[in-house]
Design a protein around this ligand. Structure first.
Ligand SMILES: [Zn+2]
Length: 146
C-alpha cells in the first residue's frame, strides 16, 4: 500500500514532525491502516454507515468486488461511492484535527458521507435501475423516478 498521503508515520520518518501519533486519537501510530481502519473514530463512522447501507464496508485501497447476486453491480457502485467519500471525509477530519484542533462527531461525518453518496446516485438517474436496484435505492433514501 503506497500513496501520497502525508500521514504522520511518513512525516516522522523524514523528521517533519515531532511524533508519529494519530492526529485524531493520539493513541497509536498514524499509519494509513490505522487512520482508515483501526482508529476508533473511523470505526465509529464505518459502523454508522454499515447500519445505514446494511452491508459491510471493506476497507481496502483497491476497488472491492461484492459478488454476482441480484443488485450486485449497484452494491458495488454504492460501496465504491461510500468508500471514496469515507476516505475523503476521514482525511478531511484528520486535517481538521491537525490544523484546527477540531473534530466533527462521527455521526456528523457519517451524515456527510450518506449525503455525498445520495447526491452521486441521484446524478445517475438516467441509468436503468431494476426493481431490485430500486429496493436498495429506496432503502438508501434515494427515490428514483422511473
Ligand atoms: Zn487514531
Amino acid at each position: 500500500m503506497n500513496n501520497g498521503l502525508m500521514i504522520k508515520e511518513r512525516l516522522y520518518q523524514y523528521n517533519c514532525c515531532t511524533d508519529d501519533r494519530c492526529c485524531i486519537c493520539d493513541s497509536d501510530t498514524e499509519s494509513q491502516d490505522h487512520l482508515f481502519g483501526e482508529c476508533h473514530y473511523s470505526k465509529q463512522i464505518l459502523r454508522l454507515i454499515e447500519q445505514w447501507c446494511g452491508f459491510r464496508i471493506l476497507v481496502s485501497f483497491s476497488h472491492p468486488r461484492t459478488g454476482r447476486s441480484a443488485g450486485a453491480w449497484l452494491k458495488h457502485i454504492v460501496h465504491s461511492l461510500i468508500w471514496t467519500a469515507y476516505y475523503y471525509y476521514v482525511w478531511n477530519q484528520r486535517n481538521n484535527a491537525r490544523i484546527n484542533f477540531q473534530l466533527l462527531k462521527p455521526g456528523a461525518v457519517a451524515e456527510m458521507i450518506k449525503e455525498d453518496v445520495r447526491r452521486k446516485l441521484r446524478r445517475n438517474r438516467e441509468k436503468k435501475y431494476t426493481r431490485v436496484d430500486n429496493t436498495w435505492l429506496q432503502k438508501w433514501g434515494v427515490a428514483i423516478v422511473l
